[in-house]
Ligand binder design. Structure first.
Ligand code: 4AD
Ligand code: MG
Length: 461
């Protein structure tokens, strides 16, 4: 069997030779004398055309095959330089591997993405999702490649944890207790000492705290894994289960993190454009006109860096009426983030030095005592794609901050202890992998860039 990708990439080696391919029928039309089948074998974005005629003993059966039937074709690869596709296979034999029912839902007409979400088990066989999920795979590889080439160590942090990294209380609980009838303590609270781990545990919202402990041994590390958030935000950019890349760099300050993140984004964008030209062409044509031009611009120009305070001032001065008014001290809303990147700067922007009260406990306090050394990377069309910061390295300041926020320091004893044994300046960030895929493909809903989305009210498949 030859893969269709191999044929497309090495056409000249195969022309006029016998080949055998296996795949699924995308389209089929036939007359009494001959017919055409477009086959896709999954290895390549494009289909290959198979021409067959009534010399085949099973010509009648083949002519009537429903879309999505799986077949194996043996035949000669013929160059067709004047046709739409550069070559086709003239079949000597077509073997039916698995006949499809005739009601396969992805017939040729176009479907809405909303509808395709209801058939998540079949949608990878459509053009759009074939493109999205191959790009997702290539982008994941590019991320590993980027960090491995720079000697970052890949660390697998736990998915079950007892600490809340972001302190936002958006965690899914993990328990072996019978929650209909849980054991209770004397004062009537649920007795988690009877639980599997002897304490309350959750699915992780971030691997950062564990990542920091490895950065203080390996210097530069990254995680890349599933992350869970029970935030009840039914938006096009939030999922309950998503993948995050979390690099952590020792002996690095906030601008070192931004340099690393910017270089990484450019690297991944370039790598995907190089490796997936057919898919990117498809997105550019059918999903988001101007995508390629925009990505090329991103890959070749410097990101903007601006402080939160200056950004707030610009937004106020813009005179634009936002649904949610801009105010120093409040978090930037998506509408503000998008206005900054789409209207004011027209490129990715790092907003730095946010007020401490809207950011997590571990961020390094700036000298002004009001802001922290944090930076979010915002991109046009999406808003926040990366969140990160320099970490508070002073045990004293970190403890004080945790006390002020009412965090249970016992749970975080090991994290605090890192400050005692050779602490150094360190910084890191979290890239939302689905948001990156949305950015690269132009897809506008997070549900369409993760194979089986988990969002509010959606846990099928
Ligand atoms: O800004 P966040 O919450 O930062 C952290 O978790 C830090 N611990 C990261 C670090 O410094 N190591 O999340 C980081 C990124 C966001 O910028 C966003 O891209 C993505 O994760 N993200 C989500 N993506 C999809 N669905 C959600 N519910 C997301 N929440 C965050
Ligand atoms: Mg954030």
């Amino acid at each position: 069997v030859v893969y269709i990708k191999t044929l497309y990439r090495n056409e000249k080696d195969y022309v006029d030779k016998k080949v055998k391919i296996s795949g699924w029928i995308r389209t089929l039309r036939a007359s009494n004398a001959f017919g055409f089948i477009e086959v896709n074998d999954g290895t390549f974005f494009k289909n290959i055309q198979v021409v067959f005629d009534n010399k085949l003993e099973n010509f009648k059966e083949i002519s009537k095959l429903p879309i999505s039937s799986s077949i194996s074709v043996t035949g000669t690869l013929v160059a067709t330089p004047d046709a739409k596709q550069p070559f086709e296979i003239h079949a000597d034999a077509v073997v039916v591997e698995g006949m499809s029912n005739s009601d396969f839902p992805l017939q040729k007409k176009r479907h809405t993405f909303e509808y395709l979400r209801t058939i998540s088990h079949l949608r990878p066989r459509s053009n759009a999702f074939s493109a999205v999920f191959r790009v997702r795979s290539v982008a994941a590889y590019a991320i590993h490649k980027f960090f491995q080439e720079r000697d970052f160590v890949y660390v697998n942090t736990p998915l079950i944890t007892s600490s809340d990294c972001e302190g936002a209380g958006e965690m899914f609980q993990v328990t072996t207790l019978d929650m209909k009838n849980p054991p209770l303590t004397e004062d009537g609270k649920i007795d988690y000492s009877k639980d599997f781990f002897g304490k309350q545990s959750h699915l992780t919202v971030s691997g950062q705290l564990n990542g920091e402990s490895y950065a203080l041994a390996f210097r530069n590390i990254y995680t890349f894994g599933p992350t869970f958030r029970a935030e009840n935000s039914n938006t096009t950019r939030h999922a309950a289960e998503f993948w995050m890349v979390e690099p952590e760099l020792a002996f690095a300050d906030l601008s070192d993190y931004m340099d690393c993140a910017e270089e990484m984004l450019k690297y991944v964008i370039n790598y995907v454009m190089e490796q997936c030209p057919e898919e990117m062409e498809f997105f550019n044509k059918f999903i988001d006109k101007g995508l390629l031009e925009r990505l090329n611009h991103v890959a070749t120009s410097d990101f903007k860096r601006i402080s939160y305070t200056d950004a707030v001032e610009l937004l106020l001065k813009s005179g634009k009426e936002f649904e949610y008014p801009v105010k120093w001290g409040d978090d930037l809303q998506t509408e503000h983030e998008r206005y900054l990147t789409e209207e004011i700067f027209k490129k990715p922007v790092f907003v730095t030095d946010y007020p401490k009260d809207i950011k997590a406990f571990y961020m390094k306090l700036n000298d002004d005592n009001k802001t922290v050394a944090a930076a979010d990377c915002l991109v046009p069309g999406i808003g926040e794609i990366i969140g990160g910061s320099q970490r508070e390295e002073s045990l004293e300041k970190l403890s004080a901050r945790m006390d002020a926020l009412g965090l249970d320091k016992e749970t975080y004893w090991w994290y605090l202890e890192l400050r005692k044994y050779g602490e150094t300046m360190h910084s890191g960030f979290g890239l939302g992998f689905e948001r990156l895929i949305m950015y690269i493909t132009g897809m506008s809903n997070i549900r369409d860039v993760i194979p089986f989305p988990r969002t509010t009210g959606l846990c099928e498949f």
